[in-house]
Design a protein around this ligand. Structure first.
Ligand SMILES: [Zn+2]
Length: 335
């Protein structure tokens, strides 16, 4: 990305093993993230031409001398945050905030090859070479599925609970799927876009609310006997969506917020009397990967349906444009 709205596909040097804990993978698929749209739209600054992309699935090409858990030829999926897997934060399940964390996106996963640092604490191999039809779903596990799943876990989704999801991008839609898998009784998707509503229903939503802001909050209250939802997942990252999530949650309930926050200011007095649990941040996707990969391999979930546009890597700029104009939910790129 050279600047807002300016994505070019260029020849860069092939990545090489830089540390003995690195691997280099050959990507089977990569994609454009909703968070890539923040710099694309000029909301985050682009200070210099930057390699893009942090979602990846592919085959290990070369492994550093200290890598033990994966080997050349393995098909692997990893988180967008590389983690050592051994520090106290990783051991507690918060690998995305590892004491030695490295953002994989800095290396640019929208590419043919990618260097992944801290391979043992970051990557998970599939059980044998996957059916090519499963690759979009495995790729989704790298971020949007893992992030939606963390949103649901952070919002304490459990059997019998009523869950509301704010945001109908890929993460919000997959939070709906996660809520269903975790046994929620009622799942309210907040969306005003017909194709996204359809996918939400397919993923397990029981209700759709088209109102947003205060009207959306009023609808959630009305549907829950005036109480608010037990669990609310926030998957946008704006002031409006965060307040909509907090206000839709009943006292004692839980908000899981996974939309990357942009200029969100929480009013302390309102927060005090809301009396809700708040947990969010960059999802520790690595915690969930083994379970998510198994669910995809046995075909009990199909998160790859969020990719409604597939393009060759050299048309990446078109993939960004389609998402920016909301013509596509999520673009998969084939190197
Ligand atoms: Zn760690």
């Amino acid at each position: 990305m050279h600047g807002p709205g300016d994505v070019r596909v260029e020849q860069r040097d092939d990545p090489e093993i830089a540390a003995p804990t690195d691997v280099v993978i050959r990507l089977a698929a990569t994609c454009v993230c909703g968070s890539d749209l923040w710099p694309y739209r000029g909301i985050e600054p682009v200070r210099r031409p930057s390699p893009m992309g942090h979602e990846y699935a592919g085959i290990v090409e070369e492994a550093g001398s200290e890598v033990r858990s994966v080997k050349p030829g393995d098909f692997v999926i990893g988180s967008f945050m590389a983690s050592d897997g051994t520090c106290e934060i990783c051991q507690a399940g918060y690998q995305s905030r590892c004491a030695h964390v490295e953002p994989v996106g800095a290396n640019g996963a929208q590419a043919e090859y990618l260097r992944v640092p801290l391979a043992d604490g970051t990557l998970v191999a599939t059980h044998g070479q996957p059916d090519p039809a499963l690759i979009p779903s495995l790729l989704a596990a790298s971020d949007v599925l893992g992030t939606g799943w963390f949103g649901a876990v952070a919002a304490d989704v459990r059997p019998g609970k009523t869950v509301a999801v704010v945001g109908d991008g890929a993460v919000g839609l997959l939070a709906v799927l996660a809520a269903r898998e975790l046994g929620a009784e009622r799942i309210i998707a907040m969306s005003r876009h017909e194709p996204r509503q359809k996918l939400a229903l397919e993923f397990g939503a029981t209700d759709i609310v088209t109102e947003r802001g205060d009207d959306g909050v009023a609808r959630i209250k009305e549907m829950t006997g005036g109480y608010g939802a037990h669990s609310v997942i926030e998957a946008v990252g704006t002031q409006e969506s965060m307040m909509q999530a907090i206000r839709s949650t009943r006292p004692g309930g839980h908000v899981g917020y996974v939309g990357v926050a942009h200029d969100v200011q929480l009013p302390g007095d309102e927060l005090f009397f809301a009396e809700v649990h708040l947990l969010g941040g960059p999802a520790p996707v690595r915690r969930f990967l083994p379970d998510l990969i198994s669910r995809i391999e046995d075909r009990s979930i199909g998160p790859g349906k969020v990719f409604d546009l597939t393009l060759p890597l050299d048309q990446a700029a078109d993939g960004y444009r389609a998402m920016d104009e909301r013509r596509a939910i999520k673009t998969l790129l084939r190197p």
